[in-house]
Design a binder for this molecule. Structure first.
Ligand SMILES: NC(=O)c1ccc[n+]([C@@H]2O[C@H](COP(=O)([O-])OP(=O)(O)OC[C@H]3O[C@@H](n4cnc5c(N)ncnc54)[C@H](OP(=O)(O)O)[C@@H]3O)[C@@H](O)[C@H]2O)c1
Length: 254
């Protein structure tokens, strides 16, 4: 399998890239950090790298060329690169909203556009697109307006894309992780229920996507908790409001 993983120098993407290489995939790993990418090549002979800033819409064609120089076709892509910024009211940095959409939504689309020609070259099994959204969209959270909106846009876009790409025999899976222990969440200053070890999270994702589900949200316990926001919105708002004593406690899920 010829597989491309974006955001592979840290956290979930790094764990996914290394796990896929260990499974024998020919992995192309991408991110901006060239030293981090070189580190991956040193770890596994199944990993080649292409450095790319996903916000760079002007170089999509050359990215396709650079990817195809390593592999003329792609069978699986995992669009994972992303970042997270929160809005701090009453005086939020409104430009964070545009940054979140630029990286998490438009950045992911830039990668999709670069990969599509190579996915269409895939022979043998149906090519597969996996995008990493988030369970944050399942419930409103304080300060998460920009990050959540960027992931909600991603979910809708790829859920619709699935219909349009079905005619091209390309499958699309949207993955919605809960809280995963990575440099991204280590910056968080709030409780993260059912926080999961990163290798456990990538193991679950790789197992689940074998069946090519439309959507995969995990852990289930978090999905159930977040469903409270729909069933009892007033209670949910009270529970997640900053300083609320009702907030669920922290703990890494193994
Ligand atoms: N951790 C969680 O709890 C959690 C939960 C739900 C969803 N997610 C999603 O999972 C994905 C990975 O998150 P993570 O927690 O593993 O974060 P992370 O440890 O901060 O890793 C983010 C990765 O994305 C890359 N990246 C960021 N901006 C980029 C850009 N402009 N161009 C290219 N690469 C870029 C980074 O590499 P460089 O800096 O080298 O470019 C890095 O490899 C994100 O999409 C995140 O939203 C995470």
């Amino acid at each position: 399998m010829n597989t491309w993983v974006t955001g592979a120098t840290s956290g979930l993407g790094k764990s996914l890239a290394l796990a896929l290489a260990a499974q024998g995939h020919n992995v192309i790993a991408s991110a901006r950090n060239r030293i981090g990418l070189k580190g991956l090549e040193a770890i596994s002979g199944n990993i080649a790298t292409v450095d790319y800033d996903i916000c760079d819409e002007s170089n999509i064609d050359s990215l396709t060329e650079r990817l195809s120089a390593i592999s003329p076709r792609l069978d699986l892509i995992i669009l994972n690169a992303g970042s997270c910024e929160y809005l701090d009211f009453p005086e939020p940095d409104w430009s964070a909203t545009r940054r979140m959409m630029e990286v998490n939504f438009f950045g992911t689309l830039n990668c999709l556009r670069a990969a599509l020609p190579l996915l269409r070259e895939s022979s043998g099994q149906r090519p597969h697109i996996v995008t990493i959204a988030s369970q944050v969209t399942a419930a409103p959270f304080p300060r998460a307006e920009a990050y959540g909106a960027s992931k909600a846009a991603l979910q809708y876009f790829f859920d619709s894309l699935r219909i349009d790409l079905a005619t091209a025999n390309i499958d699309v899976t949207v993955v919605n992780p809960g809280f995963v222990d990575t440099p991204l969440t280590r910056k968080n200053d709030f409780d993260m229920p059912f926080l999961m070890d990163v290798n456990e999270a990538s193991k679950r994702i790789l197992k689940k996507i074998e069946a090519r589900p439309r959507n995969y949200s995990f852990p289930t316990r978090l999905s159930v908790l977040l469903s409270l926001s729909k069933i009892m919105p007033a209670f949910w708002q009270k529970m997640v409001s900053p300083g609320s004593a009702d907030q669920p406690r922290r703990g890494i899920e193994k």
